[in-house]
Design a protein around this ligand. Sequence first.
Ligand code: DGY
Length: 427
Amino acid sequence: MKTDFYSEAKSILLNNDRGGYTVPTEGLYPFQWNWDSAFVALGFAQFDRPRAWQELHSLFSAQWENRMQPHIVFHQEDDDYFPGPSVWQTNQPGVATSGITQPPVAASIVRLLWEQDKASAMAHIERLYPKLMAWHTWFANYRDPLKNGLVLVTHPWETGRDNSPEWDSPMSAVDTSAVGEYARRDLNQVDQSMRPTTEQYDHYLAMVFYGREHNWDPEVTAKNGPFQMLDVGMSMILLRANRDLLVLAEALGKSDDVLLIKQRIELAENGLGYLWNDDVGAYCSYDLIQQQSSHCITNASFLAFYAGVGSPAQKQTLLNRLQEIRDQVAYLVPSITPEHPAYNPILYWRGPIWSVVNFMIGQGLMEQGYTELSDQVWLDTLAVSEAGNFYESFSPATGKGTGGKQFSWSAAIWLHLNAWNNTRDGQ
Ligand code: DGY
């Protein structure tokens, strides 16, 4: 019998709904994650628009006083996850959260939801806009060390691409001697072969402890912290989010903000050139401590189209890179190029396909007129979600699901892209 993927995707979102917010998956990630929730709203919008908005309102109810939007909101206690609120100790008023941020995709999702139905969205964008603007200002104030619009990250978890080989060299320099004993919980849910090593976890925790010891002071972590990386993904995503925020600011008549956002866009458009690595022919993350490029071509490198950056020659080079990758895998887009020594099609951010990154890459390619490639990226995303049972991520070699199961963002992106595919087919 033909599987009813629509019902399956919808029921994953409904089952992961904890009453106004959605967990990425039961067990492995039992709280509300920042960028997960923004993408989840896109999925809910396919069958319950008020619920889509509620996801974003509940996320932004946890914004910090300094206007950082944290990466996890711990709405309730749950021992399935480590490190929980007692480890982070962020001491903010209101609901407990982690102490770091995550990719600022929310403004772009809000713009999409608004465009789907402007009349019903107006009251929501009026509520959300000031929080989005304030978060983007937080990035400009605390996370732009070179004052060129590029985003500094202080922990690999901020990038969302937690375990990417981009972070191997900068992480290896982080002192883990004070980390001590702890018990991982992720391995109760997912096979070790798909998760980071214990050594990597020691480093992740050392960076959490650094922030905690410095009372999560954003200036201290950014200036003196043990991990200072200019992340290609966050930088592309923030530039794109500013373009989308600009449209919202114009719709709301925020003329002062319009000028400021335009300046930020121009700054980042020029600034991104700093991350271009001619040796590999791609945009790569850059380690500010060791003063070196990661030399890694990841799926985030292809967000250049989504961000709207690159000279004609750079775009052509990136398209060539994507074409070379296409010849080596069954499905696009692996999280690191298969030529990289660390490539592993089932290991967390070291090979698997991630629906949310594919969604953004496909959107950028489509907007820039590369429709044959954008169609392939989006059709591959639908295909692996179906073949891979809406797991957390998917093998580019086989399409098989990897990581956590019944995953909210995989279901949400499938719902969104399925609607696109139906329109395309004229159904
Ligand atoms: C984890 O615990 O692996 C999360 O992805 C951190 O955000």
